[in-house]
Design a protein around this ligand. Structure first.
Ligand SMILES: [Ca+2]
Ligand SMILES: [Ca+2]
Ligand SMILES: [Ca+2]
Ligand SMILES: [Ca+2]
Length: 402
């Protein structure tokens, strides 16, 4: 008898045995008399709830990658004959969390191997009674994965179950994995989001539109896992900040009238094969320089006109300059105050209608104020420009014209 015939015989015996087993189990239920008071007949719970293809014993041939038996989510039961190997294959979509639970029945142990779509071994578990293997897929690591069950020693026989669970990642509530690079970055808007990285998914990219004049505030909090590498990138995909191995980042940036656009947030694993979850919150506000609802102009041509009164403004980050223009009379007084939130100082200068400086640069430190008195400086009435330059992160200021 050759090997093939032996399998055939074993398979037939398996079928006969299972028919006999089914027959005896079903008998008590059939005998319930319809007229008699309905008595709860406890249906014996099967040991294994089979979903999809379930092996009542063997499903041969499945000894090679090419013959691998397709399985779907749920529990599959299999049996290993002497000198046998069992290969299974299953489709894993991009962006899912793959969970494989292997269990040897009746205390049996097996060598269990996992393979990627290139049939490269990605996991090996020797003489294992139970194996739980969890893998995060990114946006390209999905495909046909394989699992092989081999006896721990020659002519080993036994049966086992494989439970396959596929759960979608839900980064930012979008029902999948957040992008893995600039091109696949997941678009988000203002709001709070959560995400995960792990396994094949070691990086999550988000992208969001920041309007000109906007104030972008990004808050990152690591929830599970030790720390994350967090990067913020500008519309040219140039890094504007990087925080290594952190569980908390708050980044606030002022936009001027042209620095808006698509910004990126990249969350990366701090080391290989890392797993963790996080939340991000994106807040977008608008600057409201001089109550105009936007950023004050960034050059002479776009200088924001003001009249007598008190005006609040902000400058710093990507909005290093604010220009105002106003008509002055002989006794005009301009008072400038740097808010206490200002990181270092503001630098200001006054220019005439011909864009010629009529004052030296005046430095106003955080929490301090300075005054430009037109009569004292004998400045002629006419059109003037106030040029405010922020130092780095800058802050808030007040301009008062009287
Ligand atoms: Ca992810
Ligand atoms: Ca990702
Ligand atoms: Ca501004
Ligand atoms: Ca500005």
């Amino acid at each position: 008898m050759n090997r093939k015939q032996l399998y055939l015989l074993m398979a037939m015996m398996g079928i006969i045995l299972s028919i006999m087993a089914c027959g005896s189990k079903a008998a008590p239920v059939e005998e319930a008399a319809p007229a008699a008071p309905v008595e709860e007949v406890a249906t014996p719970k099967p040991e294994v709830v089979a979903v999809g293809i379930s092996g009542e014993g063997e499903t041969e041939p499945n000894n090679t990658f090419d013959e691998a038996m397709p399985i779907e989510t749920g529990i599959t039961q299999g049996a290993l004959g002497a000198g046998d190997e069992d290969f299974y294959r299953f489709e894993v979509p991009n962006g899912v969390i793959l969970k494989v639970e292997f269990a040897g029945l009746d205390g049996d142990c097996f060598d269990v191997k996992m393979f990627d779509p290139k049939q490269k071994e990605i996991g090996e578990f020797g003489c294992a009674g139970e194996v739980t293997d969890i893998r995060f897929m990114n946006n390209s690591s999905g495909g046909t994965y394989y699992l092989a069950v081999v006896g721990p020693w020659e002519d080993y026989e036994g049966s086992y179950t494989i439970e396959l669970i596929l759960e979608m990642q839900d980064d930012s509530g979008a029902g999948g994995d957040a992008g893995d690079d600039f091109d696949t970055a997941t678009a988000i808007e203002q709001g709070k989001y959560s995400g995960e990285i792990g396994g094949y998914d070691q990086v999550d990219y988000y992208q969001f539109e920041v309007p000109n004049s906007g104030i972008m505030k990004v808050e990152f909090i690591g929830i599970e896992g030790d720390c994350f590498d967090v990067k913020l990138l500008d519309p040219k995909q140039k890094e504007i900040s990087e925080t290594g191995c952190t569980d908390e980042v708050t980044d606030i940036r002022l936009m001027n009238n042209s620095s808006g656009g698509a910004y990126y947030l990249a969350i990366e694993s701090p080391w290989e094969d890392y797993k963790g979850s996080y939340t991000i919150e994106l807040m977008l506000e608008m600057q409201d320089d001089s109550g105009a609802g936007v950023d004050a102009g960034d050059d002479f041509d776009t200088a924001t006109p003001i009249e007598k009164g008190e005006y609040f403004g902000q400058a710093g980050d990507f909005d290093q300059e604010d220009f105002y223009q106003f008509e002055a009379v002989s006794d005009t007084v301009l008072e400038f105050s740097a808010d206490v939130d200002t990181v270092f100082w503001f630098e200001l200068a006054l220019f005439d209608a011909g864009q010629k400086a009529v004052t030296d640069e005046i430095i106003v430190f955080s929490g301090e104020r300075d005054t430009i008195d037109f009569s004292e400086r004998e400045l002629a009435p006419g059109l003037y420009f106030l040029h405010i330059v922020a130092e780095d992160e800058g802050g808030r200021y007040i301009v008062e014209l009287r």
